[in-house]
Design a protein around this ligand. Structure first.
Ligand SMILES: Cc1cc2nc3c(=O)[nH]c(=O)nc-3n(C[C@H](O)[C@H](O)[C@H](O)COP(=O)(O)OP(=O)(O)OC[C@H]3O[C@@H](n4cnc5c(N)ncnc54)[C@H](O)[C@@H]3O)c2cc1C
Length: 466
């Protein structure tokens, strides 16, 4: 596009010309009409203006952009599918950041069957990775509701988890190699896919979960899992989160093929069923547990035996086939969407030690009622790995006391304030609840060493003081 005027949102014409020379005129987006979709996050809670959106096509273009930004002190917000839930993927209010959209880095290699791995550009969506893996007879070993938009670069940057973490781990367990561009434009590349490599610091490991603050991930090498085509899925109604917690522990120990262990609770189930216009596959109770086993041959008997041993057969509905299974999963996956459609919630992605989840839920419910009377407390989550998604609807968006109390409660339960979404711009003020002074100082030293100008995603993790 042609840019007129000498200054656009803080960027000079010379800078825009430099970017245009790197990515081509069609991929330098300026002006509200073009940049608006990149400026507001999925939750609509965070938004900010940007100087320009740049859409590089490859690693070398990313490197040249970062070199230019580094030289000029321009701050950069890396963005993948913009499905992050803590405000880290969009510009800061009052800033004039460059948004670096990575969706054009979408090359996907052939599956390497010898290693069971595949190279994927940062912009490849999880759904595309899953489809390519399936064609080659593998699974991606990861699944989450935002699969159609979330990119592998974003999954790596957030150390994403999702619905199958109980079996296949988070992005950290799936990634064996990373290529990334550092703040000064230099490139690090460790893409040989070695499962064991202790030659010096684990820089890929450091970049995983760094939320775009240490480097821009341009490619990952993804470790696939063997295909598990036979599935058995059940929905179990329970009387309390306490009961769900103990049933979940028993199923985890009894089921080698366990792949999914998800909690839903009454308020969220009701809201989601209404949002979907769906009927309940079993009576709505205080808690539902969605359980799925997967293997090469049918794990149905194994699952039924385990449920019978716990005397839960009467309270269980088995998915009758692929359609029934999809309906059950849809109810769980649509919780995020249903809550978001109902308002702008206070959202918390906490990790609580298994064994203390029910007591946390009880205390968190009381806390939200005390601080935001009339608000609606909704919790669901990945029970198998202790990750709860706590949402409070109807509280004023700027009610900081709610965030402070909820996260302090999390810390008091020996939990983490972020199990999978990251710190973003939502939670820097609360990092000290779970990271000591020495811990935060070490992280700040790493940030200063790799990004001395502080241009990469300023405000994320460390807040404005970084
Ligand atoms: C409906 C729904 C369901 C979800 N379910 C889950 C779930 O079950 N588990 C889970 O973990 N998350 C979940 N999420 C959150 C989100 O999908 C993940 O955090 C995902 O990893 C974000 O990927 P993205 O490409 O959209 O990244 P973005 O949102 O674009 O960015 C997220 C962060 O990563 C940084 N980043 C993005 N790409 C790069 C890159 N190439 N290099 C460096 N930094 C980068 C950004 O700066 C930002 O800080 C869900 C979100 C939605 C909307």
């Amino acid at each position: 596009m042609t840019v007129s005027g000498s200054v656009l949102a803080g960027l000079s014409e010379a800078v825009i010309d430099e970017f245009t020379a790197i990515v081509g005129p069609a991929h330098v987006l300026v002006g509200e009409d073009l940049t608006a979709p990149f400026q507001t996050d999925w939750t609509r809670r965070w938004s900010g203006p940007c100087g320009a959106v740049l859409r590089p096509a490859d690693r070398d273009q990313v490197s040249r952009i970062l070199r230019a930004c580094h030289a000029r002190g321009l701050s950069v917000v890396p963005q993948g599918g913009n499905t992050g839930l803590v405000g880290g993927s969009v510009p800061r209010a009052g800033g004039s950041d460059i948004v670096l959209s990575l969706t054009r880095l979408d090359h996907l290699g052939e599956v390497d069957r010898t290693a069971g791995q595949v190279d994927a550009g940062a912009g490849v969506t999880l759904a595309r990775l899953q489809a390519a893996a399936a064609i080659a007879g593998y699974g991606a070993g990861m699944d989450l509701g935002a699969r159609d938009s979330a990119t592998v670069g974003g999954l790596a940057a957030c150390n994403a988890g999702g619905l199958r973490t109980v079996r296949d781990g988070t992005a950290r367990q799936r990634i064996t190699g990373i290529e990334a561009v550092l703040a000064d434009g230099s490139v690090i590349r460790r893409m040989s896919g070695l499962v064991k490599d202790t030659a010096g610091y684990d820089l890929p490991g450091l970049l995983i979960g760094s939320e775009g603050t240490l480097g821009v991930i341009t490619e990952v090498r993804w470790r696939l899992v063997p295909e598990r085509p036979a599935r058995a899925t059940a929905l179990v109604r329970l009387d309390s989160v306490t009961e769900a917690e103990s049933v979940a522990a028993a199923l985890r120990d009894a089921l080698p093929s366990l792949e999914l262990l998800e909690l839903m609770t009454e308020a969220g189930i009701a809201l989601t069923l209404e949002h979907l216009g769906a009927s309940a596959p079993l009576p709505v109770t205080a808690a539902w547990l969605l359980v799925e086993c997967a293997a090469r041959t049918s794990p149905a008997d194994e699952l039924i035996d385990a449920l019978e041993a716990l005397d839960l057969a009467e309270r269980t509905v088995m998915a009758p086939g692929a359609t029934g299974r999809r309906q059950m999963l849809r109810i769980r996956e649509s919780h995020t969407d249903a809550v978001s459609r109902a308002g702008t919630p206070h959202k918390f992605d906490v990790g609580i030690p298994i064994g203390r989840l029910a007591s946390f839920v009880e205390a968190a419910t009381a806390t939200s009622r005390r601080i935001a009377p009339g608000s609606q407390f909704i919790v669901w989550g990945h029970l198998g790995d202790g990750n709860l998604h706590v949402n409070v609807l109807g509280a004023p968006p700027d009610e900081e006391r709610l965030d402070a109390a909820m996260l302090a409660l999390t810390a008091a339960h020996d939990g983490t304030i972020s199990a999978e979404h990251g710190i973003g711009v939502h939670k820097p003020a609360y990092l000290s609840l779970v990271r000591s002074d020495a811990d935060r100082a070490a992280m700040a030293a790493i940030k200063a060493a790799l990004d001395p100008g502080g241009i990469l995603n300023p405000g994320v993790i460390f807040g404005t003081a970084a």
